[in-house]
Design a protein around this ligand. Sequence first.
Ligand SMILES: Cc1cc2nc3c(=O)[nH]c(=O)nc-3n(C[C@H](O)[C@H](O)[C@H](O)COP(=O)(O)OP(=O)(O)OC[C@H]3O[C@@H](n4cnc5c(N)ncnc54)[C@H](O)[C@@H]3O)c2cc1C
Length: 604
Amino acid sequence: MENSIKEDKLLRGGQFLVKETKAEDVFTPEDFTEEQKMMRDSVKEFVDREIWPKKEEFEKKNYALTEEVMGKAGELGFLGVAVPEEYDGLGMGFVSTMLVCDYISGATGSIATAFGAHTGIGTLPILLYGNEEQRKKYIPKLATGEWFGAYCLTEPGAGSDANSGKTKAELTDDGKNYKINGQKMWISNAGFASVFIVFARIQDDKNITGFIVEYDKENPNGITFGEEEKKLGIHASSTRQVFFNDTVVSAENMLSERGNGFKIAMNALNVGRIKLAAASLEAQRRVTDVAVKYANDRVQFKTPIAKFGAIKSKLAEMATSAWVGEAASYRAAKNIEDRINLRLEAGASHSDAELKTFEEYAIECSILKVACSEDVQNCSDEGIQVLGGMGFSADTPMESAWRDARIARIYEGTNEINRMLAVGMLIKKAMKGHVDLLGPAQAVGEELTGIPSMDKPDFNELFAEEKDMIKKLKKVFLMVAGRAVQKFGQDLEEHQQLLMAASDILIEAYMAESGILRAEKNVKRFGEDSQKEQIAMARLYLYHAVDIVNQKAKEGIASFAEGDEQRMMLMGLKRFTKYDRMPNVVELRNTIAEKLTSENKYCF
Ligand SMILES: Cc1cc2nc3c(=O)[nH]c(=O)nc-3n(C[C@H](O)[C@H](O)[C@H](O)COP(=O)(O)OP(=O)(O)OC[C@H]3O[C@@H](n4cnc5c(N)ncnc54)[C@H](O)[C@@H]3O)c2cc1C
């Protein structure tokens, strides 16, 4: 197994906050191997042939088309990228898994959802938690698209509170089977799946248990379905209620152990979250692409609208969010891939290596899910605006892109839940000593009360100011979250608005840093002249991040600190969010927009 990275250089989950990352140690999309580029191009070619031209059909709720496209994706191996070769998959690493998910998802949210539900939450629980017989029986069929998978966790009364489901599994008298009774809701792929991962409670267990339940139309075994849900977007993604009426499942189909279902459900979601971030990227690229072409063509006041500053600003912001999303998603993906490989080298089984790693990087998975799902929404919203009335028309791809993007903030854990999880998990890691937050938080506390350092970075060095700013943004998080933990202890989880504000600071620090590191690495290898637009995007994103951090930190500080303490923290915040050299944001946006319009496409 090839392993270019040494353990000491590999950032552990959550460690980005307290450990400086060097540009040469991050993976960026410019690092894709030839094999990965070939994979990307073949997925793109598939989407341009099978999905993009049929967008209208997807909007007309052609569920059969979704099933057909999924079948073809299976034939080409796209459903089995992450599946080991011994189970008829391609056995590629996590970066390639993200890559396929990214490029297959951009043309319609219907395929993005069907693909995500099948390859992620529909397949992974068996791959990661199934025993050898279960894997041998189901994974090859799922990897090749012979069967499709669905994941039944949500119920009418159990959404975000996923462990509260009422579906029951009762052992039959002979001890050989379980009978499942209950109602599941919002189940993606329900209309065409043959394998359902079902979570049910045995007796009065504290935690639910996972089961693999087969569905065969000829022998429905007590499984019935509600009508297709009428949804705002992802029109051709099948979403139904699933009812289990004395559904008999062999006891051998229990996943892992009794009571382990909540853990399975959550770990499958960790992977789903980072893949959802990837699934938001190509949509942003395509939307930006359409907007750039339209802006170049559309003439008003005898001028192509692309020449107007108001439009340039939008195009630049759209491209920037896509580009930074790529930087952060693939940075985390490679950390995950490297960590899995290190665990495999140390003798862990494939499933163990993956499981432990996804658990370790759950913070980054939540950060990316929130950031990229909100970026794709903003990007498609501005895309509509660039097209004006035509953007509002269902005849252009903006309208469905906007509707499709909306679901990403809801499923795989709502963005509120993910925001709180990100901070909560980080604090837990600190308490367990996995990430040293205490030392750095104390240092920030001392800095606040000490004499401010007059040391300045060497501004002749590219990104000196920006890298210094990233360090300061991390200090803001440590200052706000550190003090909040001291103040509220275990009760912090009751202070949700404070947690949400802290989470936004964390998210912005990770995303902005990823953008700066990508640009820096590219400047080092390709030269500054060729990277001026990337430099501009990294700076533009950071500029917004600083504003958000400032606003959220103020909100947080004012919510729990008073008098001298509040004044001290606000002064610290001012220092930590102050630019020595304020960037010229208008010029940055113009640089980015001019490149986009001259290339007439999303060109980064
Ligand atoms: C199109 C679609 C496809 C889906 N696919 C699947 C699938 O394949 N399988 C599956 O099992 N599920 C699926 N879901 C369900 C999805 O995961 C849930 O909708 C989601 O987890 C939210 O649950 P809920 O809808 O019950 O909302 P609720 O949990 O009722 O949340 C409502 C609001 O309250 C907030 N909220 C809830 N609890 C808290 C809290 N503790 N603190 C602060 N705010 C809170 C939420 O953030 C949200 O804003 C799908 C949903 C949709 C719409």
